[in-house]
Design a protein. Structure first.
Length: 268
């Protein structure tokens, strides 16, 4: 009975997160227009870069353009400007009410983040539709690649939500986290491969990035979908994603244990 109530509570937080996005129709329209512009610019830039050039590192222009378009759409869904209400609730003191609810605070935050992600999926679909109209999309090399890419996309979304929540929890110490959020957004965009695919980076930089969880968010699913990563290597990358899910979950629990103590010190 308790488990069923918690599931219902989690679903309620997910619905609340979805409504918090859908209620602002003007923002949704602006976001859709902005994403389409980003997709068009990404396609134009990579087509210019590859104009009259042979494949680079085994990647031809068509694949690079498709990667850029898909990565922009995926990143827009995984990293919204306001990906969590937790900092605001900490700043206003609403966190005290959240802590009294039967559903744990971390599950509340994850449910809300999931709702935001689901609400932003149509924006990504609009971006992909624009890329399709411009002839920038490619089909995966086979059904197995498509299925593995779907699994990698879901795992990447979960990794992104955990990373986003960990960054949001900085608010327990600083209250105002606009600066850290901006740094995180730009850093994540670069390190995830959404701006520049990892196969174009120097070996020393790529080796360093592969030790971080960001490339698992965008580069892994897109590279598998386009067939640039295949077979055992693709399965290994999905395995790395699963490992990061475990590591980030443990890290979130450790940060929350410290943050809970901080709330007590603040007199929450």
């Amino acid at each position: 009975m308790i488990a069923a109530e918690q599931v219902r509570a989690f679903r309620g937080m997910t619905r609340a997160g979805t409504r918090s996005v859908l209620i602002y129709r003007g923002d949704l329209f602006t976001g859709a227009v902005t994403l389409v512009i980003q997709v068009v610019l990404a396609i134009a830039v990579w087509r210019i870069v590859y104009s009259g050039r042979p494949p680079v590192n085994g990647v031809d222009g068509t694949t690079a353009v498709a990667y850029a378009a898909i990565a922009v759409c995926l990143q827009s869904a995984l990293l919204p400007w306001q990906f969590s209400s937790l900092p605001m609730r900490i700043r206003t003191g609403q966190i005290a009410t959240d802590l009294t609810r039967p559903l744990g605070l971390m599950w509340q935050a994850l449910g809300q983040n999931l709702g935001v992600l689901l609400a932003r999926l149509p924006l990504g679909a609009i971006g992909l539709a624009a890329a399709g109209l411009l002839g920038a999309l490619l089909l995966p090399p086979g059904l197995s690649a498509l299925l593995l890419a779907v699994i990698a996309t879901v795992a990447g979304a979960m990794i992104a939500m955990l990373c986003n929540l960990i960054v949001s929890m900085v608010a327990f110490w600083t209250l105002e986290i606009s600066g850290p959020l901006i740094v995180y957004r730009f850093g994540s965009s670069f390190l995830s491969g959404s701006l520049i695919p990892l196969w174009f980076m120097p070996d020393w930089l790529r080796a360093s990035i592969e030790w971080l969880p960001f490339q698992a968010q965008v580069y892994t699913p897109v590279s598998i979908y386009l067939g640039q990563t295949r077979g055992a290597e693709a399965v290994a990358l999905v395995g790395v994603q699963l490992l990061w899910l475990v590591v980030l979950t443990l890290l979130l629990q450790a940060v929350w244990a410290r943050a809970r103590h901080k709330v007590v010190v603040q007199g929450g």
